[in-house]
Design a protein around this ligand. Structure first.
Ligand code: AMP
Length: 290
């Protein structure tokens, strides 16, 4: 496995891979501190593509809190070993000055509800500008046929899909299921910053999503009632959520019932760590038939 720091080195390697007949080039963009969630994206890329690139870049433009950027875990040596073992062909780990050299003056901004609700409300609208700008740069640098993202960041997937369609970037965006610890907590690079007590409390987030799914399975399709199910679980665990939202899974506009696929998304601060999670809600067949 190679590690490259510059766009021109990456382009050279990708050109070589195409010359060598690698059918498809896959890209897995990450900010490092790798866990099984990231590695599941690599496995998906390995299944679909002959050559797999992982980018590792803590993108300053998508952080809206200085302390979050500062405290973000960085462990490049461990990450490259994990990437190698998972079958990554090349890690692209640029410095910030490689992607944002002096004079850099472009922002990729996706407009509309996709970038105004949920995480944008919680973290500020600049967050998705930072995401769209860096992902467009990574997709162009890698010239990838497919790029793999986690459904854990469901809003990010929608923003990236919109951006790729609007700019005509010829990369398929593949969304992969959320990987969880055995107790249900979604894997996240930020979990290492949870104390033992915080970690136990954080499990209420997936429990709240499960409570919503269970109520829906029993025929409760109104989002107000489902919202109460989630907040009851969170409140009982001492968590005051930043949001518990029920939104159309494609537009992110508010949903009042589960007629179309609805995303139930939760953000909450546990200790000093901000966690997000979500589940996709669709009508169970038995209800749909009624
Ligand atoms: P990050 O390093 O947090 O920017 O995440 C890089 C990619 O991994 C993003 O596409 C995330 O959605 C994805 N990801 C993060 N956590 C998980 C998880 N628990 N399961 C699946 N994908 C994940």
């Amino acid at each position: 496995m190679k590690i490259v720091r510059t766009v021109s080195e990456l382009r050279g390697i990708v050109r070589q891979a195409r010359t060598n007949g690698s059918a498809l080039i896959g890209l897995v963009p990450t900010m490092g501190a790798l866990h099984d969630g990231h590695l599941s994206l690599v496995h998906a890329a390995r299944r679909d593509c002959g050559f797999v690139i992982m980018s590792i870049f803590v993108n300053p433009k998508q952080f809206t809190e200085a302390a979050d950027l500062e405290g973000y875990p960085r462990q490049e040596a461990a990450d490259t070993a994990l990437a190698d073992a998972a079958g990554v062909d090349v890690v692209f780990a640029p410095d910030a000055s490689e992607l944002y050299p002096d004079g850099f003056a472009t922002t990729v901004h996706v407009t509309g509800p996709l970038t105004q609700t949920l995480e944008a409300a919680g973290r500020g609208p600049e967050h998705f500008d930072g995401v769209a700008t860096v992902v467009s740069k990574l997709l162009i640098a890698a010239g990838a046929d497919a790029a793999f993202f986690g459904q854990k960041d469901a809003q990010q997937v929608l923003v990236v899909r919109r951006m790729v369609a609007d700019l005509g970037i010829p990369t398929d965006i593949v969304a992969c299921p959320t990987v969880r610890d055995s107790d249900g907590l979604a894997k996240s690079s930020r979990n290492v910053r949870l104390s033992g007590a915080d970690r136990a409390q954080a499990v209420a987030i997936p429990r709240a999503l499960e409570a919503v799914e269970a109520a829906l399975a029993l025929g409760e399709t109104g989002t107000d009632a489902l919202h109460s199910r989630a907040t009851t679980v969170l409140t009982a665990a001492g968590i005051t959520p930043e949001y518990v939202a029920f939104v159309d899974a494609r537009t992110l506009l508010p949903a009042t019932d589960i007629a179309e696929p609805v995303l139930c998304a939760i953000a909450a601060r546990v200790g000093s760590v901000r966690l997000i999670d979500n589940t996709l809600l669709t009508l169970p067949d038995t209800i749909e038939e009624n």
